[in-house]
Design a protein around this ligand. Sequence first.
Ligand code: L34
Length: 281
Amino acid sequence: MAIRIDGKALAARVKERAAAGGRTLRRAPGLAVILVGEDPASRVYVSGKERDCAECGFLSFEHELPAQTEERELLRLIGRLNADPAVDGILVQLPLPKHMDEKRVLDAIAPDKDVDAFHPVNVGRLVIGEPVFLPCTPAGVMEMLHAYDIPVRGKRCVVLGRSNIVGKPMAMLLLQADGTVTMCHSRTPDLAAITREADILVSAVGRAGLIGADMVKEGAVVIDVAMNRDAEGKLCGDVDLAAVEPKASYITPVPGGVGPMTRAMLMQNLLTAAKWHQAEE
Ligand code: L34
């Protein structure tokens, strides 16, 4: 029977660490959170991030814009926040409304305030192994592996999903930890043959029930990054937890797994940004 990785408890520890770091600074780190439109899930995640800031003794500045806001207005707001010395980090919650060009918006965030690590400069830094900010979700997964003394070196790691937010940076971090990494996606034939080879399996697809026991090797570490709703509307990941749990060595639940860790790593990035900014003052 797998050990359940407790993302909630671990996130609390990461946040305490960030809070302690913040107390050594001259002023509290400040996060600007931009939410465009009324996606209910985004609303929940953004509220969580603001609560995390408060818990850490950090400031948060919320900017709620209506769904029909014009892109140039959002770009103007980002420009103002880039220049605002009280703002150490800027987070534009995704997804954006369809009429906006996500890439243009994310590229407008100053790299030194890009606490999501989505800007090409920060992606590039990650790829060459010199990151300033770590992308929150993959960094949260690495923190979980580390906290449970799960080695990555030499292990077969399989990442499902190739998004810029999760799949690609996840593969990069596992690679930098000396894992042997395979990436799978919607065009990968015979997925199960590959996932069954994994010592560490990370699923970030977004399809409830995708990972059954037949796709998992005995004793594998199974990390579920997805946030889906099942037929009854209950929150779940890609992994059929009941089926896979007896076979895995470690497993992350949804909720209470990677989600809270994503938010905790954001606090760590915000602290990093604030340290940089205050060292320059
Ligand atoms: N810019 N947009 C930007 N940065 C991000 O890092 C995100 N993401 C994803 C969506 N858009 C983003 C998040 O923050 C997903 N995501 C996220 C963050 C937190 C949680 C889930 C997804 C989370 O806290 N999940 C809780 C359950 C929350 C609930 O009850 O709905 C959990 O225990 O998993």
